[in-house]
Design a protein around this ligand. Structure first.
Ligand code: 9MG
Length: 277
């Protein structure tokens, strides 16, 4: 058992867990903003929970390559009503995909259970806000910013550079009183990386686990899957599952995905095989 507390619920992270993606942006890259009304968001949430998602990741800012920034008020208006509606209807963990201190604080008041920050708390005031919430965090690596991050990203040694960066953010967290047991690490597949960087990071998932943290992977329907298979976004499920299976075998335990049921089935089998004596 390796229990991690997410507000009012705990998860055993010796087992795999699926984080279902709920984008409430009009321009999300792969579901095209299909869930940006409250009703449809709740229907999708209900479906993902019934399919076995352990948590729902609610995001109000698209971070796809080239996406434009969102205002504070827009992000608050998109995210907080959904967090509140989900927590009042479902017994599940709500993760907030945000880099914005005010959204972190507002979501924590509404009993969100995780802050998922693709900017690893680098935005002004984010470290302090996250510490104030006392919530667990996912710190993700991104090189550059969403608007420009895919313009020829370059590394000397991608696995080491991403590990060093994530450890530097863990230290920044510790300096404001956030303890290591509250932190998940994520190499940030597709965030300022070329195909070979993404493949190396997945191949070396164990290196991130060896830093002493649980690892979250988000590869669902991303360009790297399309690049390897030559397939459009709506045909990337099988490739996504292959990438997530490889990451599971190398120690990742939380998987941020659009397609919950196929992943729950795949991970249940993989985990069962791993644990059989
Ligand atoms: C919000 N978001 C989009 N992609 C992601 C990924 O790969 N990891 C995490 N933690 N969040 C993501």
């Amino acid at each position: 058992m390796s229990l991690m507390s997410f507000g009012d619920k705990s998860l055993d992270l010796s087992l795999p867990h699926v984080m279902g993606i709920l984008n409430v942006t009009p321009d999300s890259f792969s579901d095209g903003g299909a869930f940006n009304s409250l009703d449809s968001a709740l229907r999708q949430t209900e479906r993902m929970i019934s399919e076995g998602a352990s948590m729902i990741d609610v995001g109000g800012e698209s971070t796809r390559p080239g996406a434009s920034p969102v205002s504070l008020q827009q992000e608050l208006d998109r995210v907080l009503p959904i967090v509140e509606a989900i927590k009042s209807r479902f017994d599940t963990i709500v993760s907030v995909d945000t880099s914005t201190p005010e959204v972190m604080l507002g979501a924590a008041k509404l009993h969100a259970g995780l802050i998922n920050d693709v900017r690893a708390l680098e935005r002004q005031g984010a470290l302090q806000a996250a510490a104030q919430t006392q919530l667990p965090l996912c710190l993700m690596h991104m090189k550059g910013m969403p608007q420009t991050m895919q313009e020829q990203p370059d590394y000397q040694a991608v696995v080491k550079e991403v590990s060093d960066y994530l450890l530097s953010r863990v230290i920044a967290c510790e300096e404001v009183g956030i303890t290591a047991d509250k932190i998940l690490l994520d190499p940030g597949i597709g965030f300022g990386k070329q195909l070979s960087h993404n493949l190396q990071l997945l191949q070396h998932t164990e290196d991130f686990k060896r830093l002493g943290f649980n690892v979250l992977i988000g590869v669902s329907r991303k360009t790297m899957i399309g690049d390897v298979l030559g397939l459009p976004v709506e045909e990337r499920l099988h490739g996504t599952m292959g990438a997530n299976a490889a990451a599971f075998a190398r120690g990742a335990r939380v998987f941020r995905v659009h397609d919950v049921k196929p992943h729950v089935d795949m991970l249940t089998l993989m985990s069962r095989i791993e644990r059989e004596e």
